[in-house]
Design a protein around this ligand. Sequence first.
Ligand SMILES: *Cc1c(COP(=O)(O)O)cnc(C)c1O
Length: 396
Amino acid sequence: MTSKTLDNFLNGSILDLKQRGLFNEIDTVEGANGPVIRIQGKELINLSSNNYLGLATDERLKQAASEAIDSYGVGSGAVRTINGTSDLHIALEERIAAFKGTEAAISYQSGFNCNMAAISAVMDKNDAILSDSLNHASIIDGCRLSKAKIIRFEHSDMDDLRRKAEEARSTGNFNKIMVITDGVFSMDGDIAKLPEIVEIAEAYDLITYVDDAHGSGVTGKGAGTVKHFGLQDRIDFQMGTLSKAIGVVGGYVAGKSNLIDWLKVRSRPFLFSTAVSPADAIASTKAIELLMESTELNEKLWENGDYLKQGLKALGFTIGASETPITPCIIGDEKVAQQFSKRLVEEGIYAKSIVFPTVPRGTGRVRNMPTAAHTKEMLDKSIAVYEKVGKEMGLI
Ligand SMILES: *Cc1c(COP(=O)(O)O)cnc(C)c1O
């Protein structure tokens, strides 16, 4: 017999979420995740992926992955430290370090577990972490796992950061203090104020950690937000993911050799979880090589982002203060935002609503992620549907 307590908990909790309209029904994508996707047999223009450069379906990456499968098979066989490190993983890490302008890099199975791994390998209960209030869930969980004291500062508020850094330092209670931030904040598309963060870090002897999941491939001509500001030598952890603009799966930290050496002996997901497959490793390496050779995809991404932003703004939508191709369309009321997204989907545009608690209450929005793979026609159609649905719902 299975647990009655568990059943009661699950059934009660699911019902509660459903009644409050918070139970997320997940759509199944039939086929590849490209600029157009199929859901329940219907083709939709996809404005919801993080596949910024269209690399998830790139022929060159597919070719490299399929060759890797032919010669290496499909699995890595063991955790990295036992015998799961292949020359493909080493090549990937060398490419990441070159791409990020650091001495070395370490790769993980995902961006999420990279944050769980790296933060807790360095920080402990005698330390403190200054964390931006809008940081990603994986940063929050990584900080919690470390048992360090978490001190939240107001989103991108440098006076607040400085005050809290000063306070944390002056108590003398902490061995190490870290400041941690997203490079690009994915809900609004704004960029962290890294030059000021670095200055504050240097003034108060803080370890610096930038999660550039939405910056890599996007900002700094593709090399990321740290490169965008030219701060490669002044940021300790350049963390990123291989699952967004890079188009595959995995996470990494790039930094000095001593940091990477330490993470290889002390970060638990590296030690106790099998590495990404050979095909993943080589596809990611290939993607990074493409980005280092040419900025063509990156330029196309920004061009498309600007085009969509201009189009929606001209219609009278509120698109916030994004500094990247991420284009939120801020509606306000949560229910209206959800209804708006539903109507967009019915009209052939897959753009998802994002509401509290992912964003602050009263700032419900539909978030658009244009990519390098979208054509002008797709963006024009999207703008036309926004106009139709916006007028129909009295939003513009
Ligand atoms: C998506 C994301 C992650 C997680 O990356 P995955 O590779 O998908 O696990 C971590 N941090 C930030 C800021 C992200 O946006």
